[in-house]
Design a protein around this ligand. Structure first.
Ligand code: FAD
Length: 363
């Protein structure tokens, strides 16, 4: 890489970070830092449990889509004004820093290689195949999508889903929840609401007890519970600690430039931003596109540029797949459940589309 190119450090190689690194690698000296050697297209995680073959395409090695950017397989533990420090002890300098550390959906440690992750998925699949009854803990989109996958591919398995909320998929409106619950009932799924299972217990099939002391039996269980923000390193960083909101996310410039509030050369994209909207991958992609545009503009003309802006989504929109054909979707024109909603997502779960956006073959 030529010496006069600006240095861009992208922290986190998920939906937003992969897109930022790819979008800037022809314009800057880009380093992507991620503890994993692959980008996980999260949308396909639940399908992979019933059909591990999809993981070959939904787990994408960073080295497959990045042609020029350098990849450092480590985590960032702190950031200063001109460099970040990784847990592997590297000091990596930057002109522009982009924070895309997202949300952790699995308990740490995450698998760090694609091979390990594929083995883990195959293990989950074996557990599922051997079970006649399955308990899914968590009734958000992840739990519901897993239930949908199981009852579609294995209609004889008995599925129970438990959620502490008043309704399933609470990130969408009550109409979406009602349609989804009705569909699950029709498929024989037992839905338990307003009760919980303590996931800190040493959970082991076949016996489970809820907080309301209801005893449940299942041959296997899957966790689809809360998310964790990886904020420790933000709070440990001289330049960032002031900019962490009470909810653990990064405070963003109100103008929507995707810069972290008050920091000219630090950007953020994806779930880590405190934009007032639901946290979704398709929105992370939109933030990433604004970050790419703005860093290109700043590289071309550091002073006095008119930066592009992002407008947070004020009405939650989303599609929750229910197996391979159907979905429930909340769109501006209404909430529907069926094949039409499924057409947009359920067959390939945006895997091909996401791969193509990174310059790879869909299949
Ligand atoms: C099962 C499932 C299904 C989903 N389905 C959909 C869907 O259908 N549609 C949709 O729009 N959204 C969906 N989502 C939500 C979507 O996945 C997230 O909104 C999206 O991944 C956020 O992107 P991100 O780039 O902010 O973070 P992520 O994609 O989570 O990536 C964060 C990256 O940062 C890395 N990282 C974390 N800390 C550090 C550190 N200190 N140093 C270096 N790297 C670090 C992580 O290893 C990871 O690679 C789904 C989520 C799940 C779990």
């Amino acid at each position: 890489m030529a010496e006069n190119l600006k240095k861009v450090v992208v922290v986190g190689g998920g939906i937003a970070g992969s897109q930022v690194a790819k979008g800037l690698e022809d314009h800057a000296d880009v380093t992507l830092i991620d503890p994993k050697n692959f980008f996980d297209i999260t949308y396909a995680r639940m399908r992979a449990i019933v059909d591990p073959a999809i993981a070959e395409r939904s787990l994408v090695l960073h080295s497959d889509y990045l042609k020029k950017a350098k990849v450092v397989e480590s985590s960032v533990e702190s950031a200063a004004a001109t460099e970040v420090v990784t847990t592997s002890g590297e000091h990596i300098p930057y002109d522009y820093l982009v924070i895309c550390t997202g949300t952790l959906f699995q308990s740490p440690p995450e698998r760090t290689t694609k091979l390990e992750r594929i083995e883990e998925i195959k293990g989950q699949n074996r557990t599922l195949m051997e079970a006649e009854s399955v308990l899914i803990i968590g009734g958000g989109p992840v739990g519901v999508e897993l239930a949908g996958e199981i009852v579609t591919d294995f209609p004889d398995k008995k599925v129970t889903i438990i959620s502490g909320g008043d309704r399933l998929i609470e990130f969408l409106g009550p109409k979406a929840s009602r349609k989804c619950e009705k569909w699950l009932h029709k498929k024989g799924v037992t839905v338990i609401l307003k009760d919980k299972i303590d996931v800190n217990d040493n959970l082991a099939p076949p016996n489970f007890e809820t907080q309301k002391h209801v005893e449940l039996k299942a041959d296997a269980h899957f966790l689809a519970t809360g998310k964790k923000l990886p904020t420790k390193w933000l709070e440990a960083s001289e330049i960032l600690k002031e900019h962490v909101a009470v909810n653990g996310r990064l405070k963003m410039e109100a103008s929507g430039t995707c810069q972290v509030e008050g920091l000219q050369n630090v950007f953020a994209a994806g779930d880590i931003t405190d934009f007032k909207e639901i946290k979704q991958g398709y929105l992370a992609g939109k933030h990433a596109a604004v970050v790419v545009e703005n860093i290109k503009k700043l590289i071309a003309s550091p002073d006095n540029v008119k930066l592009s802006t992002y407008k947070p989504l004020n009405t939650p929109l989303g599609i929750v797949s229910l197996g391979r054909v159907l979905a429930v979707s909340q769109m501006p024109f209404g909430t529907i459940l069926g094949r039409l909603a499924g057409l947009l997502k359920s067959k390939d779960l945006f895997v091909g589309k996401t791969r193509e956006a990174l310059g790879l073959k869909a299949k």
